[in-house]
Design a protein around this ligand. Sequence first.
Ligand code: CP3
Length: 350
Amino acid sequence: MDKALLSVLTGRTPGRRPIWMMRQAGRYLPEYRKLRAEVGSFLELCYTPELACEVTLQPLRRFDLDAAILFADILLIPQAMGLDLSFREGEGPVLGTVRDMGGVDALDGGDSVLDRLAPVMDTVGRVAAKLDDHVTLIGFCGAPWTVASYMIEGGSSPDRRTARLAAARGDDWFEALIDRLVSCSVDYLSSQIAAGAEVVQIFDSWAGDLAAAEFERWSVAPVARMVAMLKERHPGVPVIGFPRAAGLGYEGFARRTGVDAVGVDASVPPRWLGDVLSREAVVQGNIDPVVLIAGGEALDRAVDRLTEAVPACRHILNLGHGIVPQTPIAHVERMVARVRHNDGRDASES
Ligand code: CP3
């Protein structure tokens, strides 16, 4: 079997429609919860290559997926730049803050950042050595805007108001912070590729926060700079961009940033993905994680609409956002089986 994900991303006809799920390694899996309870902390898991490798592989043992995604977090970069990071039970991440030029200047850069992230590269190498031939290894980082928003807010926040204000004003320190994140993130992805990542994804989870002009300046432009640098260093390595909740901003995003594929959230109609977006880029998405919890007929219909609307050679089937802890494993099995069934039927009809 070919590597279906890599085939789609490089313009070849895949042996089948590739499937993976954002956050596919995580708390909906009992084997993840068990290991996580033994280790005690999420960050300990991320920084222990043997365990991070094990967790990365867990979903692949259960489901017939086409990609593994490195087990790590987008907030490891700000931590490696010198900010304190912890994950409190039920509260999400708590991160040191940057809110002025002094804060930006105090951040570490260059080799010391990569040195602290060395265990992640170790994990990538271990996973690469263990994957089945048809499975593609995805590396990732957060996009500058999304990571900056956590650095400015000091963790999760209801509406990211302080970060959005800095973006709207175009403060000098905010621009300097974005620039620092562009260069650190490119070095980080580049190291992941050197260690064995075959595709990289840039998560701009909060792209939908930005008004149209700010979206261009703080999501599209920094991602475009990252892609240009990555393509220069690693010409053949595909990049997936995920400007979540970008709305009309999805159109032209691939053209303006140079990404090979665009991840879309569940609000976007499959018809539009098939008729419009998939003509300009490979499309990744966009089953609603809540529909995956619902399962049954609702899930079947959602899968059918998507596989009917978007051709397999231009599609990476995924969720519109990360899978959530209460998702029944049987529903994931049902989704994967349904996709395979639908595509098999199409293939035998043509
Ligand atoms: O997709 C994967 O399976 C790979 C691993 C991965 C994680 N986080 C593991 C994780 C990836 C790709 C991420 C990305 C990430 N992290 C994003 C972008 C994607 C998105 O969901 O929008 C963001 C915004 C973060 C920051 C983050 N990490 C938050 C806000 C939280 C707390 C919320 C939560 O679900 O607990 C995390 C923790 C986190 N990252 C967990 C996992 C498996 C749960 C940690 C635990 O075991 O308690």
